[in-house]
Design a protein around this ligand. Structure first.
Ligand code: HAM
Length: 418
């Protein structure tokens, strides 16, 4: 790579022309699946007041403590580039009265996110998420619906090399005893924990379970599991979810080590993990207390998931999945002379106005160079216009794949190339 003065910031990526069709394909396919499941799109600002994320994601999480891009505006307000979408969608619904409408409310989004993480394969500082949120029902069938949506989304993209892991992390009621047990357990390793986790031990020992430090990870491996502390209601919910997944034939593993790194989760949590890379392609869960946390007057349950689009594209590449058809130039119209040039310009304008991708020379090239260019851009057909063709009103169109030529009336060109 060239040694440039102005390089993209570490952990961010450009999408080049040769890659953008993949992004468009993925975004379109995911949106189609969302509509099939009854979800509608929302869009929202890239940044929010910092407090929104502190309150929802949780101020003892890695995301809030270590990874947020936070800055102060000229007016003195603390602003944060969104590290995820759930908090913003909750804010959007509250602010716009969407919870007063028809329930369940099903929304999806495609957004950029920002986290100050250590960049590595599949982990960036600016990345993109396809996410979905469903509000207004406590029924385990809604957990099943969201997981089924996620599964269909991956399969639609041609991704099948993954395992679905599910767990329940209970409600605040059953969490009390669990947190006590965790405190007791981690207290025995107090001095070995990293500085952040020593603080978490008092405030929220559950967050030690997803600390990225090696030593904390090793200690956490022997910690008590939430499943042993679930209350009857949470156990029943989890069993009903498993039965619902069995009913629609969705395979899963129960993994009691999944706790998720965001504070808002209650009951169901899940991850779709790619087998070959071990990367989490998509993750989510239920958050029945989040809306109440943001607006004490509202008791609305919610759940959802998000998936890293960069990871989806790599998984599709790993699976040699299709990114749809290439959008190639349908016809290149070459020319000789002024009359030919004028007719070519007019004809490509007419074709483009009628939905056909057409090109002509705009670089003053010789006919030979024009044809070379047509070949390089992969034009499906070519047509050459000179004085003769313009006078006759017809010309020979050549199919570049088969080499076949056929004489066409220039007035019929739209029907011919379509
Ligand atoms: P999350 O697990 O933090 O959950 O992120 C969801 C997905 O985003 C991950 O599984 C991964 O595919 C992708 N991802 C996360 N961080 C990065 C990164 N640094 N680089 C590339 N990809 C990344 C959430 O964000 C929740 N808001 C999901 C949710 C929605 N839960 C309920 N509703």
């Amino acid at each position: 790579m060239a040694n440039l003065k102005y390089e993209a910031v570490r952990g961010t990526n450009d999408v080049l022309p040769c890659e953008s069709a993949k992004w468009q394909y993925v975004e379109k396919s995911l949106s189609d699946v969302a509509y099939r499941y009854g979800f509608r799109e929302v869009r929202f600002p890239t940044f929010e007041k910092t407090e929104l994320f502190q309150r929802s994601v949780g101020d003892t999480t890695d995301v809030v403590q270590k990874e947020m891009y936070t800055f102060c505006t000229k007016g003195g307000t603390s602003i944060t580039l969104r590290p995820e979408g759930t908090a913003s969608v909750a804010r959007l619904c509250l602010q716009n009265g969407l919870f007063a409408g028809l329930m369940p409310l099903k929304l999806f989004y495609i957004i950029s996110c920002f986290r100050y993480e250590k960049p590595q394969a599949g982990r960036y500082r600016e990345f993109h998420q396809f996410g979905a949120e469903l509000y207004g029902t406590q029924e385990p069938s809604s957990d099943c619906e969201v997981i089924s949506f996620a599964d269909t989304a991956l399969k639609t993209l041609g991704i099948t090399d993954y395992v679905l892991k599910i767990n329940s992390i209970g409600c605040p009621e059953c969490r009390k005893n669990f947190l006590d047990a965790l405190r007791k357990y981690f207290d025995g390793y107090r001095d070995d924990l990293c500085q952040t986790c020593q603080e978490r031990l008092e405030k929220n020992p559950m967050r030690i379970l997803d600390c990225k430090s090696d030593i904390c990870g090793k200690i956490a491996a022997g910690a008590p599991r939430i499943t042993e502390y679930l209350c009857d209601g949470c156990s029943r919910h989890f069993e009903a979810l498993k039965a619902a997944l069995d009913n629609i034939g969705l395979r899963y593993e129960t993994d009691t080590s999944i706790v998720r790194g965001l504070d808002y989760y209650t009951k169901t949590v899940f991850e779709f993990v790619e087998n070959s890379t071990g990367l989490t392609l998509l993750a989510g869960g239920r958050y029945d207390g989040l809306i109440n946390e943001l607006d004490g007057n509202k008791n609305i349950c919610g759940l959802g998931f998000a998936s890293g689009i960069e990871r989806l594209i790599s998984a599709m590449e790993n699976a040699h999945a299709s990114f749809g058809e290439d959008r190639k130039c349908k016809i290149f119209i070459g020319y000789i002379g002024e009359k030919g040039a004028a007719k070519a310009a007019k004809t490509v304008k007419y074709l483009r106005d009628n939905g056909v991708s057409a090109e002509t020379d705009i670089s003053g090239r010789s006919l030979k160079a024009q044809m070379k260019y047509a070949d390089k851009i992969g034009a499906e057909n070519t047509l050459i216009l000179g004085d003769d063709e313009v006078d006759k009103g017809s010309g020979a169109i050549r199919n570049m794949r088969t080499g076949e030529c056929s004489e066409i009336d220039l007035d019929d060109i739209l029907d011919t190339v379509r």
